[in-house]
Design a protein around this ligand. Sequence first.
Ligand code: URA
Length: 231
Amino acid sequence: APFLPDDPRSRADLGALREAAAGCRGCPLYENATQTVFGEGAAHGRVVLVGEQPGDQEDRQGRPFVGPAGRMLDRALEEAGIERGDVYVTNAVKHFKFKRMAGGKRRIHESPNVSEMRACRPWLVAELRVLEPDVVVALGATAGKALLGSTFRVTKRRGELIPMPDPDVLGTPAAARAAEAAERAGDGDAGWNGTRLLATIHPSAVLRAEDREAMYAGLVEDLKVVAMALG
Ligand code: URA
C-alpha cells in the first residue's frame, strides 16, 4: 500500500523517503504525472534549494531541475560560487501539474494549489530533517509560501537570511511568526538547528523576463549571499 512520510518505513534515510514518495497518493496529481520527482543531490550538502514543482522535462526524466530552468539555475550557482557538491535540489510539490489545450499535445504548467502544497509538505519536511542544511533557499513564490506560509512575499524579502522555523510548522502562519520572533531576538543563527532560509526569484522568471540580464544578475546576487553564509 502507498504510504506517507509519517510512516516509520520512510523515516530512515533519503533512499527510503524517495522510495516511499514514489508511491505517494496524498493528492490527485499522481494520476496524470509520469512519476514522483523526488529531491536529489548532496546528502551532506549544506544547501537545500527548493523549487515549485517538476516541469515537463523533470516529469519525463524523474529528476528535479534538469530542464531549461535547471540549466539557468546551474549557471547562476556556478557564478555565485556555490559548488554542486554542496547542493541538494528539491521541490515544494513533487508531481508535475499541467493542462492540455483541447486536442493539443503540449503540456502546459499549472501552479500547484494550497491543498496540493499542503499534501506534499511532509515530504519536504522529511527531506529537511534528514539533510539538516545550513541554508534553505526558496526559489520563487510557491517555495516561499510552502516554507513560510501564504503571507510570505518573496518580492519583499528576497536576498535576506531569515531564521529557519522548525520544519514541523512549515507553511503555516506559525512559521512566519517563528521566523519573525527569531529575527527580533537578533541572533543571526537563531531558528531551527541554526539553519537559515533565503528566498529569491525562480530561475524560470529569468527565462520569462524582458530584462533577462538584470533578473539573472539579481538571482546571482542573492545566491552570493548564500555562498557568503556558507563561508
Ligand atoms: N521548476 C521547478 O520549480 N522545479 C523543477 O524541478 C524544474 C523546474
